[in-house]
Design a protein around this ligand. Structure first.
Ligand SMILES: Cc1cc2nc3c(=O)[nH]c(=O)nc-3n(C[C@H](O)[C@H](O)[C@H](O)COP(=O)(O)OP(=O)(O)OC[C@H]3O[C@@H](n4cnc5c(N)ncnc54)[C@H](O)[C@@H]3O)c2cc1C
Length: 414
């Protein structure tokens, strides 16, 4: 919880273009729901879904991705709504995660869209509403787990791993607040997030991972621009950011900033934050694809708040009220997406005997934490494994068919 996990948008979804990721995130959400039940929903789990909005009425590519992910169940799980009203399109006024439909509602009627999403850009033609999605408190999830571990007697030692040597197991050199310490271990699990490849190198392993820096903003929505009941909303369409003509000209004249006045990708997202009685909103846009060496100093871009605000205002025009006047208490933050090229995690044996990894969690590590921890623990303990175990291990790189399918597929980066 000290590094990337503390910067997470804390959203979850079972929407992925491949059945392995669907099964994996479904399992993780099952476990999150169990924790929510056991803890009187201490993790503030809610479930208003992910609303994917587009100005296109042809959504065939998306439908085909949904079919790829849902497999045989797709026809039973996808519901189309084309009339002005639809009783079968379950409402999302309440935050409850329990008793909410699974599957996907596809809404392609402007009157119905206006009724359920009155604040959206009136040009929206189609909404693909993924129902098993929402957000949780990652911080509370981490505390819940730490408290459990403490209660069963786990010892926690905090420090920087400086070196690892292998001889009758592993010797880990740790720099702690009390000076250098050595830990002898039979089993090593590399869960070092953006620094996973550095840890792997200490025992001579190269991991196929890289880091890109992603940012978000959160601010108090004093003007009430975003309804508290809005699902996690994603504008799927690429766009030109809404600059004034003068701003656009200035940007185009400066080579360093010209890209901001040109084509920008889709998938900007917005959601209310802090519950139904809260006032904050979160905006994010993972447009950066540049691999970088991860550092603890985070390269926040001062222009990001304005960029993401103007981008998000395209789907939610009421956000325009904040142009040039984002509240001073705005929180601008970010972290590294540590990812493989195919955007799948790496969980399992890392090479030398006794060395394991649980990393490359990209933009899905909060939602996947429970299932990835469960899978990694089962591998270490040599217990029964779920079907997706091989697919998330290094063995997947031996499966040429799978790798070429993944290369050609949408990667699900948000
Ligand atoms: C802006 C942003 C938004 C995101 N939004 C979402 C979201 O909405 N939903 C979602 O599911 N996921 C989201 N994610 C992804 C999620 O946050 C990450 O996938 C997840 O937090 C990764 O967890 P981790 O434990 O692998 O890494 P980290 O949380 O970074 O943990 C790694 C730990 O290893 C420690 N470490 C590293 N090197 C060493 C060393 N040498 N010695 C000792 N300790 C070391 C670090 O200090 C750190 O505590 C988002 C990520 C970002 C950056």
């Amino acid at each position: 919880m000290a590094f990337t996990s503390a910067q997470s948008g804390e959203n979850y979804r079972n929407w992925w273009p491949h059945p392995a990721m669907v099964a994996f995130t479904n399992r993780s959400i099952d476990l999150l729901e169990e924790i929510a039940k056991d803890s009187n929903n201490r993790i503030n789990m809610n479930r208003r879904g992910y609303a994917l909005a587009t100005r296109d009425s042809n959504i065939d590519p998306l439908l085909s991705q949904l079919h790829d992910g849902l497999g045989d169940q797709a026809d039973a799980l996808i519901r189309f709504h084309t009339g002005d009203t639809a009783d079968s399109y379950a409402r999302f006024d309440k935050p409850d995660w329990d008793g909410v439909p699974d599957g996907v509602d596809i809404v392609q009627n402007k009157t119905l869209i206006k009724d359920r999403f009155p604040g959206y850009d009136p040009d929206i033609q189609s909404i693909i509403h993924i129902r098993r999605g929402g957000d949780i408190s990652g911080q509370q999830l981490g505390m819940y787990m730490l408290e459990y571990l403490k209660s069963v007697g786990v010892t926690r030692l905090t420090g920087d791993v400086k070196a690892i040597s292998r001889q009758n197991g592993y010797t880990v050199e740790l720099e702690t607040s009390d000076g250098m310490q050595t830990v002898q271990a039979d089993v090593l699990v590399n869960a070092a997030g953006p620094f996973a490849s550095q840890i792997a190198k200490m025992i001579g392993v190269e991991l196929p991972v890289y880091n890109t820096f992603q940012q978000k903003i959160a601010f108090e929505d004093r003007e009430g621009a975003i309804p508290r009941t809005l699902p996690f909303s994603i504008d799927l369409d690429g766009q030109h950011i809404d600059w004034s003509d003068e701003e656009r000209e200035m940007l185009l004249e400066t080579p360093e900033f010209a890209w901001l006045a040109q084509d920008m990708p889709g998938s900007i997202h917005c959601r209310p934050d802090g519950g139904d009685n809260g006032k904050w909103v979160k905006l994010g846009w993972a447009y950066n694809e540049k691999p970088e060496i991860a550092s603890t100093e985070l390269p926040l871009d001062d222009n990001f708040p304005d960029i993401v605000l103007r981008g998000a205002a395209r789907l939610n025009p009421a956000l325009k009220v904040y142009y040039g006047q984002l509240p001073r208490s705005m929180h601008h933050y970010g972290g590294w997406y540590t990812m493989t090229e195919e955007n799948w995690p790496l969980i399992g044996a890392m090479g030398p005997p006794g060395a394991f990894m649980n990393c490359a969690m990209s933009g899905f590590g909060t939602m996947a934490a429970c299932a990835s921890g469960e899978l990694c623990a089962a591998i270490v303990a040599d217990a029964e494994l779920p079907d997706y175990a091989t697919e998330f291990s290094l063995d997947r790189y031996k499966d040429e068919d799978l790798m070429s399918t993944l290369k050609a597929a949408n990667k699900g980066v948000l």
